[in-house]
Design a protein. Structure first.
Length: 459
C-alpha cells in the first residue's frame, strides 16, 4: 500500500535520476514494500530503480521479486551489478535462479561469482532439481558439545552474521556429524558456565540431502519447525533449510495440484510468463483425452436409441442425470486428493474412506432423488409434458439419481487411491476426468433403471 501511495513521486525520482533521494526513501522500506512498488512500475523503471539502490538493499529486494522479474533484471543489468547481486543474495535463492538458465548461460553467470561463492553454487547445483539439497544453505552455526554456553555465545557473535538463521544452534562431533540441535532460547536461558553436553537431549529431526522437496514440506508441518538441518548418508551436517523456502514449495505443490484437478498438466511457470504454445499444449492434451472419453457418452446413448425413440421424455433428464453424477464424483475426488496431500488419510485408509463415501453417496443421492421426483410431481399439476405415466418417470429419475450419485461419489473417492497405489500423482484424477468417467456409466445406470421401471408402459 505504501509503495502505491508514493508511486508518482518514485517515478519522478527515477525519471530525473535522483539516486540519493530515491535511495534514502527506499532504505526506509522493507524489501516486500519495495517489491510491491516494483510491481506497479514498468520493466525499464524497475531496471533504473534497481541500479539506483544500494548494494545490500538491492540484493534483499531482488530475492523478493518474482522469477520473471529476476530473469529480466539479470539479462538487462550491467555485468558489475549482476556480479554484485549474485554474490550477495542467499545461496538457496541463487541456486534456484541459476537453475533456470541454460548450461552455457549458467557457466557464464558462475564466472561472475567470487571463488568462495562459486564453490558453494556449483556444489548446490550438483543436486537434482527436486531434492532438498537444492534448497539448503551451508551458512549455519555449528558448535561442539564440550563448549560452554558462554563459548557458544561468543562464537555466535563472531561468526553468526552470515548464518541463514540463528534460531537454532547445531551440535556436531569432530567429524562434523550432527549430534543434536538446540533452540537459541534454551542456550540463552542456560548458565554461561554450563557445557552444551549437559543440556542436550539428543532428540532432533533432520532431512536427508536427497529427500524430495514435498517430503520436506510434510516434515516441517509435522514437527512445526522454522528450520531443519540437512545431512548426508552418514549423518554429516551439510546445511540448513528454512521455513520460507518450504512455504514456496508448498505453494508450488498446491498450485500444481489445483491445475491437475482442473484438467490440465501442471504449469512449470507463472501463468503470465508461460509461453502461449506451451499453455495450449498442456491444456490440449487433457482436453483431447476428455473429448475422446465423452465420445463414449454418445456411444452409450446410441446403444439406447430404441428406448429414447419410444420415450423421448427420457432424453429431457439426460443432462440432469449425468451432471449430478459428475458433480458428486468431482466433489469426492477433490476432498480425497487434498486429504492424501495433507497426510490426513493414507493408502491403508481406503476401506474406511470407502465406507464413509458409500454413506455420503446414498444420503446425497436420496436428497437429489427426492428433489427430482418432487419437481416432476409439481410440474405435472399444471402441465401434461410427462403424460399419464409421470409417476413412473419420477421414480425412474429419483432412483437413477440415487444410483448415479452413489457411483460418482465412490468412483471419485477411490480413483485417487488407485492412482497413488500404482505410483501416479493422485491429483491426476482431475474433476473433469472423474466427471467424464461417471457420465458414461451414469447413462447406463439411468437407462437400465428406465427399462426396469417403464417396461410395459412407455417402453
Amino acid at each position: 500500500m505504501l509503495g502505491k501511495l508514493l508511486l508518482p513521486e518514485v517515478r519522478e525520482l527515477i525519471a530525473s535520476g535522483d539516486e540519493s533521494t530515491l535511495r534514502d526513501i527506499l532504505s526506509r522500506w522493507s524489501p516486500a514494500d519495495v517489491v510491491e512498488l516494483f510491481d506497479e512500475l514498468s520493466d525499464d523503471e524497475d531496471l533504473a530503480g534497481m541500479q539506483m539502490m544500494s548494494g545490500p538493499q538491492r540484493a534483499r529486494v531482488f530475492e523478493y521479486l518474482d522469477r520473471r522479474s529476476q530473469m529480466h533484471l539479470l539479462g538487462a543489468l550491467p555485468s558489475e551489478s549482476v556480479r554484485s547481486l549474485l554474490n550477495e543474495i542467499a545461496d538457496d535463492d541463487r541456486t534456484a535462479i541459476l537453475g533456470e538458465f541454460s548450461e552455457s548461460e549458467q557457466k557464464r553467470l558462475l564466472m561472475l561469482l567470487s571463488d568462495e561463492q562459486r564453490v558453494i553454487a556449483e556444489s548446490l547445483l550438483t543436486y537434482p532439481e527436486n531434492c532438498i539439497g537444492r534448497l539448503m544453505t551451508p551458512h549455519f552455526v555449528a558448535v561442539l558439545p564440550h563448549w560452554t554456553v558462554q563459548h557458544v555465545l561468543d562464537h555466535i557473535r563472531q561468526h553468526g552474521q552470515d548464518s541463514e538463521t540463528l534460531n537454532v544452534v547445531y551440535i556436531v562431533d569432530n567429524d562434523h556429524k550432527l549430534i543434536d540441535d538446540l533452540r537459541i532460547r534454551k542456550v540463552l536461558l542456560a548458565k554461561p558456565t554450563q557445557y552444551l553436553s549437559e543440556i542436550l537431549d539428543n532428540n532432533f529431526v533432520s532431512l536427508k540431502v536427497h529427500d524430495s522437496k514435498r517430503d520436506a514440506v510434510e516434515i516441517f508441518r509435522q514437527y512445526d519447525r522454522t528450520a531443519l538441518p540437512v545431512v548426508d548418508e552418514v549423518g554429516k551436517l551439510l546445511g540448513v533449510v528454512t521455513i520460507d523456502d518450504v512455504i514456496d514449495i508448498a505453494e508450488e505443490s498446491a498450485t500444481a495440484d489445483m491445475q491437475k484437478l482442473g484438467g490440465l498438466e501442471a504449469l512449470n511457470e507463472p501463468y503470465d510468463t508461460t509461453p502461449l504454445l506451451t499453455m495450449i499444449r498442456k491444456r490440449a492434451v487433457w482436453l483431447v483425452v476428455l473429448f475422446l472419453g465423452e465420445m463414449l457418452t454418445a456411444t452409450a446413448m446410441g446403444f439406447f436409441e430404441v428406448e429414447i425413440a419410444k420415450a423421448v421424455v427420457l432424453a429431457l433428464f439426460v443432462p440432469l442425470i449425468i451432471s449430478s453424477g459428475g458433480n458428486s464424483g468431482s466433489q469426492a475426488a477433490t476432498l480425497i486428493v487434498r486429504a492424501l496431500a495433507l497426510g490426513e488419510v493414507g493408502l491403508k485408509d481406503w476401506l474406511r474412506v470407502f465406507r464413509r463415501e458409500v454413506i455420503s453417496g446414498l444420503a446425497l443421492g436420496c436428497t437429489l432423488g427426492m428433489i427430482g421426483f418432487t419437481r416432476i410431481a409439481l410440474w405435472t399439476t399444471f402441465s401434461n409434458i410427462y403424460g399419464p405415466h409421470w409417476f413412473l418417470i419420477g421414480l425412474t429419475v429419483g432412483f437413477s439419481l440415487i444410483g448415479i450419485v452413489l457411483w460418482g461419489t465412490i468412483a471419485g473417492a477411490m480413483l485417487p487411491f488407485a492412482l497413488k497405489r500404482i505410483g501416479l500423482d493422485p491429483a491426476t484424477s482431475s474433476a473433469p476426468l472423474v466427471a467424464t468417467l461417471v457420465d458414461v456409466t451414469g447413462l447406463i445406470i439411468y437407462f437400465s433403471v428406465a427399462i426396469l421401471l417403464l417396461r410395459g408402459t412407455l417402453l
